[in-house]
Design a protein around this ligand. Structure first.
Ligand code: ATP
Length: 274
């Protein structure tokens, strides 16, 4: 199931604090981003700039949030696209879109007076999948254009461009993408453990009236295997049930319904796609 048209996410205010759990991923990402922030130091030591950061992990774990938070953390312009948007019937169109994306990022940074720009490409595996002969020729041009653009990025560039990409399937990626100087920072964004699930639930219930019988720790306990996106959905569904009940507060039983609904919904989805 591919998400379509997740294009040009408008300026958002996502901060790292809005992302529950993922402590290790956040720390690694911030370390990589410091290369963008302290670029004079980096140049002084003659360190090669980081050009690409690859986020890998299951769907809905916060990869897009990470990219948005990265843009805010570094005060960078932010443009986003999904790999599936580069797939076109006509040869060359994908490559043209890659060129436009880089141009757009630079123009946006210049307009906003920012020193850097982050380009986020979700579903990078769609254009950066392993090459197998004839079949992928059109994607090849797109991938080659991306590699060319990344190779062209220099420390002294103003604005400096950093490409962040996300995939659920790192094993599918062409080795050319993973070479040093390309996506050479890999960060795993995995499913949340119990404390992380509680944090995510806390974030997504911050603006909701919780009844005194609700213990988010218990909800976290009962949502083993849920992604951040599913937990957000649990919080939202629980609120919908409470509203239907016309109660003042969201109660524990509303959460119980919501957990069942999200769990079942996923199962139905899976069966439908099998
Ligand atoms: P995909 O691989 O499907 O593109 P993703 O990993 O990019 O997914 P996001 O788009 O970042 O996932 O997450 C979707 C939504 O799920 C977010 O907008 C947010 O509401 C919620 N979410 C996911 N992970 C977290 C998290 N760690 N903390 C808080 N909210 C989260």
């Amino acid at each position: 199931k591919r998400k379509q048209n997740k294009h040009e996410i408008p300026k958002s205010n996502v901060q790292f604090a809005d992302i529950g759990g993922q402590e290790r991923a956040k720390k690694e990402l911030k370390e990589a981003l410091d290369f963008l922030v302290y670029k004079d130091k980096i140049a002084q030591y003659g360190i090669r700039p980081i050009k690409g950061v690859l986020l890998t992990g299951p769907p809905g774990t916060g990869k897009t949030l990470m990219a948005k938070a990265a843009a805010n953390y570094t005060n960078s312009a932010f443009v986003a696209a999904s790999g599936s948007q580069f797939v076109e019937m006509y040869v060359g169109v994908g490559a043209q879109r890659v060129r436009e994306l880089f141009k757009e990022a630079k123009t946006m940074a210049e307009k906003n007076n920012q020193d850097s720009a982050i380009i986020f490409i979700d579903e990078i595996d769609v254009i950066g999948g392993k090459r197998d002969g004839q079949q992928q020729r059109e994607y090849d041009q797109t991938l080659n254009q991306l590699l060319t653009e990344m190779d062209g990025v220099a420390t002294s560039d103003k604005p400096r461009v950093l490409v962040m990409a996300a995939t659920n399937r790192k094993d599918m990626l062409d080795a050319a993408l993973l070479r040093p100087g390309r996506f050479d920072r890999h960060i795993i964004v995995d499913l949340p453990d119990k404390p992380a699930r509680e944090q995510i639930l806390t974030i997504h219930t911050a603006n909701k009236p919780l009844g005194s019988d609700v213990t988010l720790e218990k909800v976290a306990q009962e949502t083993f295997g849920f992604s951040g996106a599913q937990l957000e959905s649990v919080a939202n569904e629980a609120a919908i049930y409470a509203m239907r009940d016309a109660g003042e507060k969201i109660e524990a039983r509303h959460f119980a319904y919501a957990v069942d609904k999200v769990m079942l919904g996923e199962k139905v989805d899976r069966e439908a796609s099998e």
